[in-house]
Design a protein around this ligand. Structure first.
Ligand code: URA
Ligand code: SF4
Length: 222
């Protein structure tokens, strides 16, 4: 039985100390033990307003890990990554690029849904760099366990967490770059940004560019 006890005491009350997810990692690191332990994470304040943490899902020895930003409204309720509108774009993109689902593990840079209330609606807010850093231990361990051949960062927030620096999409898009966690890392757009395209024509173009990036990934996986 994996123990769910944190292997280090959370350092409460020491305000200057940087908080992060490290004290909440299970002693024995496996995907199932982390998936259970993440529900108790207090590494930043985002757990306070979310329904639950959303951990990654998919192939345990993944050829390819897709990293998004954070769970959205539907993911927060269901407890699974990419099950809402962005997930439907991702599913279609994988199919159109010819990447088999059995090869893929899907996760997010941040595990709790950050949002603000607008009337009855929960509006997505992007995580800040402190929250990205706080949550990185989970992502780091997911990448160490799954050992992907390729990491795909969907959007600049995911890229910032994986690469540890701010990037501009047009500077890195289409390239296969090196990162700490895999020899091959590809940065593409976030599926939600395709959904936010202002008109049908730009939506079509943005989706085509997304699939073109995924075809680069498919080529590397062959
Ligand atoms: N957007 C993300 O970045 N991740 C999800 O899981 C869903 C939407
Ligand atoms: Fe922990 Fe990440 Fe949730 Fe913050 S967002 S409480 S670091 S799991």
């Amino acid at each position: 039985m994996p123990t769910l006890e944190p292997h280090r005491e959370p350092r409460e009350g020491r305000k200057k100390e940087k908080r992060d997810a490290t004290p909440y990692l299970p002693t024995r690191i496996t995907l199932p033990s982390m998936r259970a332990a993440v529900q108790g994470c207090r590494g930043c304040d985002l757990y306070k307003n979310a329904t639950q943490a959303v951990f990654g899902e998919g192939a345990a020895k993944a050829a390819c890990v897709f990293v998004g930003e954070q769970p959205g409204n539907e993911e927060d309720k269901e407890g699974k990554p990419f099950v809402g509108p962005a997930g439907r774009i991702l599913d279609k993109g994988l199919a159109d690029a010819g990447i088999a689902r059995e090869l893929v593990y899907i996760t997010n840079a941040v595990k709790h849904f950050k949002h603000e209330m607008r009337g009855a609606r929960r509006l997505h807010r992007s995580p800040n760099v402190g929250e990205l850093n706080a949550c990185r231990p989970w992502l780091e361990q997911e990448l160490k366990v799954t050992k992907p051949k390729v990491i795909v960062c969907m959007g600049t927030t995911a890229a910032r967490s994986v690469l540890g620096r701010k990037i501009t999409l047009r500077d890195v898009r289409g390239q296969v770059i090196d990162s700490l966690y895999a020899d091959k890392t590809v940065v593409t757009t976030h599926p939600s940004s395709i959904l936010r395209s202002p008109d049908d024509e730009s939506r079509r173009r943005n989706y085509e560019a997304f699939v073109a990036d995924l075809k680069i990934v498919a080529g590397v996986l062959e």
